[in-house]
Structures are given as C-alpha cells and as structure tokens.
Design a binder for this molecule. Structure first.
Ligand code: GLU
Length: 372
C-alpha cells in the first residue's frame, strides 16, 4: 500500500506521533512502544531515508508532573505551563531513545508565525536542511509555552504537513489511535476504511466526525484531513495509520490498514505554501466572469472584483470568493486593502488615474494563486 514511502521514492519522511501514543491515560510514557517505533526509524535511517519527527505529548506529560486536571487542557495557561514542563521530558525521551539506536536528536520548537512568515519559513528550511544533511533526526513540536491562542497551530497534524513542506519531504505518516479515515462514523458497524484518497473534496470532508477520540491530543480526523490537504497540494503524499500496534512503520510496510492521500500531480511547494497558509487576512469577492477566468488559469484583474474586505497589506494572503460565498482560490494580493478597494471593478486603463501609478496590472497573479 505505502510503497510510496520507501527510501527511494521518499528520501525524506516526516513521522508525526500523537499524544495518545506517547502517553497512557494516567500520564505514564509508553516507552516500550516508542522503542519499537524508534527501531523502525533506525532501520529506515540505515537504509538511507532521512526522517524528521513531529512529536506531540508535551502537554500530556507536563500535566501529569504538575498534577493538573483535564490533561493540562483546562485553560490556556495550564496548557502552556504543562508544555514547558513536558517539553523537557519529551526531548529527553527522544534524545535517549534515538541515541540508543545510534541517532542524534535535534529539537526544533516552532510557532505558527515561524512557518507563515516567508522569511522565517526560509530560515527553518535552512536549519532543517543542515540538520538532515548532517544525519541528525529533528524532533519538532509547537512552541506551546509562548504561542498564544490566536497564533497557535493547536494540533500537530497541520504542523507536520507544514514542516513537510518546509523540509521538502516527499511523504508524511500521521500515527494516531485510528486506522485511518472511515466513510462514516467509525462506531457504525457498517463503516468502511477508505484506503486511498485521490482528491480531497466535499465528499471526503463529509465523512469526518468529531474531534480527538482519545481526548488527549487536540487533533482529530478534521485536522488530519486539513493536514492531508496542505501536504497533497504541495505534491507530498500523506498516510494516516494506527500507532496502536508495535513497530507501526514496519506494520505499514507490511500492509496494515491505513489511508493514503495521494500527492496532487503538479503540486508545488510554493503553491502548497500559499494554499496552506492559515492566517488569511482578507477577502476579495469576484463576479461570475472572473470566476470562470480564474478556473481557466487567468490572473484576477481589478475589473472582476466586486468588493474587498479585511485589513491586508501587499503580499498578504487573501481568499478569493464567489458572490455565492464559495471560496474559489487563495493568493497573495498585489495591493493593500485600501488600494484594492479603490480599484475594485475598474478597468486596467483607469488604474493610473485612480492610484497615480500602476505598480501591478493584476490584483492577484495566477502564479501566486492556488485554486481551491
Ligand atoms: N503540541 C501539543 C503537545 O505537545 C500537541 C498538539 C496536538 O495535540 O496535536 O502536547
């Protein structure tokens, strides 16, 4: 099934480990299981595959140490305090287990902004490249102790997909406590596992029910589908598989049930980066003619825009929305919101009179836009 994730087809793999796999319900570490995962990682490493780990579990581990209720998730302050205690334990654990298999762990803690801001994104890319080139195994988590609610990923599924983009990975495995995506509520006896998804459309999203089943992590199937969307748009394949069995990566190689999200043909890291941006700053509503032009690959001209909302600067991400409210595309605006409002619905020839100069003829260039 996941032949796509062999070292030849996938020289760099991102493995995400959910909180419920790292920590038991009572807060103790599932060390034996982790050893089997690290043994799998070591085998792949020896076979020449580079691996980065996205590890959850800081909040769950720290909450136990601090004696906080609700797994440390009763408030943001509890979660942040838990994470700062738990992250030390978590990195120590990975460093020890990876070292026992002859590998060097490297810790990277990131915030949402680090991966959304183009310059910081490039910095992280360079750090990851250097570490992976030196044979280290980056262990990545969100910097939960400093990130406030608005600037948090909140779940490590999407973080893993964004890290995959930044690192230039070809594949992601999300290890969780479910086998994959079911076509309806998995508690329904009729539910069938979907083993392969070619395109993430409305039908796939409708299959998703509820949040994290363990109640320990913050992900759930919805955030896994979002992660798959981000990854596949960037041309990266993503697998959701259960980590409840020992040696979960070998199990996957040997045909254990899973859901494989195929990379989009022609997906590119740049377009993936735009499509995956989580902080969209504004909206441009467009008319039917412009919607048709966009679908056939054209740029968005001011003439096709009906209205503009939000506060954005040139280069910020905006959603391009039809009059019916359907989000058609996402792209980097060539104008700030005030100028975009001014030229909305105007012909290109009028721009110079309106603005005094014409820095750009389009509102959103097709190379800086991804159709949704
Ligand atoms: N970053 C969180 C932690 O380390 C986990 C987020 C998630 O549940 O996906 O506890």
């Amino acid at each position: 099934m996941v032949a796509h994730l062999t070292p030849t087809l996938c020289p760099l793999l991102i493995v995400k480990v959910g909180s419920s796999l790292l920590v038991e319900g009572d807060g103790t570490v599932r060390r034996e299981w982790l050893q089997t995962l690290v043994a799998d990682i070591a085998a792949r490493h020896r076979a020449g595959q580079k691996i980065a780990i996205v590890s959850s579990g800081a909040i769950a581990l720290g909450a136990r140490r601090l004696g906080f209720e609700k797994g440390g998730r009763a408030s943001l302050a509890d979660a942040q305090a838990s994470a700062s205690v738990g992250q030390i334990l978590l990195s120590g654990l990975w460093a020890e287990l990876l070292a026992a298999e002859g590998m060097t762990a490297a810790q990277i803690l990131v915030t949402l902004d680090d991966l959304e801001d183009r310059r910081r994104y490039l910095n992280i890319t360079a750090t990851l490249d250097r570490l992976l080139g030196a044979g280290a195994v980056p262990v990545i988590n969100e910097n939960d102790s400093v990130a406030t609610a608005e600037i948090r990923f909140g779940d490590n599924d999407r973080l893993a997909a964004r890290v995959a983009q930044a690192a230039g990975a070809q594949g992601v495995v999300l290890l969780s406590d479910v086998d994959g995506l079911y076509d309806r509520d998995p508690r329904d006896p009729e539910a069938q596992l979907v083993s392969e998804v070619a395109t993430i459309d409305g039908k796939i999203r409708l299959m998703v029910t509820g949040g994290s089943s363990s109640g320990m992590g913050s992900g759930g199937m919805a955030s896994k589908i979002d992660a798959a969307d981000i990854a596949t748009r960037a041309g990266i394949g993503l697998s959701i598989a259960s980590g409840l069995r020992p040696h979960p990566l070998s199990a996957l190689d040997n045909g254990a049930p899973s859901t494989w999200f195929a990379p989009r043909p022609g997906g590119s890291a740049r377009k993936g980066w735009i499509g995956g941006r989580l902080s969209v700053k504004g909206q441009i509503i467009i008319d039917a003619g412009a919607a048709k032009a966009l679908r056939s690959g054209a740029s968005l001209l001011p003439a096709g825009a009906v209205s503009v909302s939000g506060e954005f600067r040139r280069g910020d991400v905006v959603d391009i929305v039809s009059k019916d409210g359907e989000t058609l595309a996402r792209g980097l605006s060539e104008y700030d919101a005030d100028d975009a409002k001014l030229i909305c619905g105007r012909q290109s020839a009028e721009l110079e009179t309106l603005l005094g100069a014409v820095p750009r003829t389009v509102l959103v260039h097709r190379d800086q836009m991804v159709l949704l």
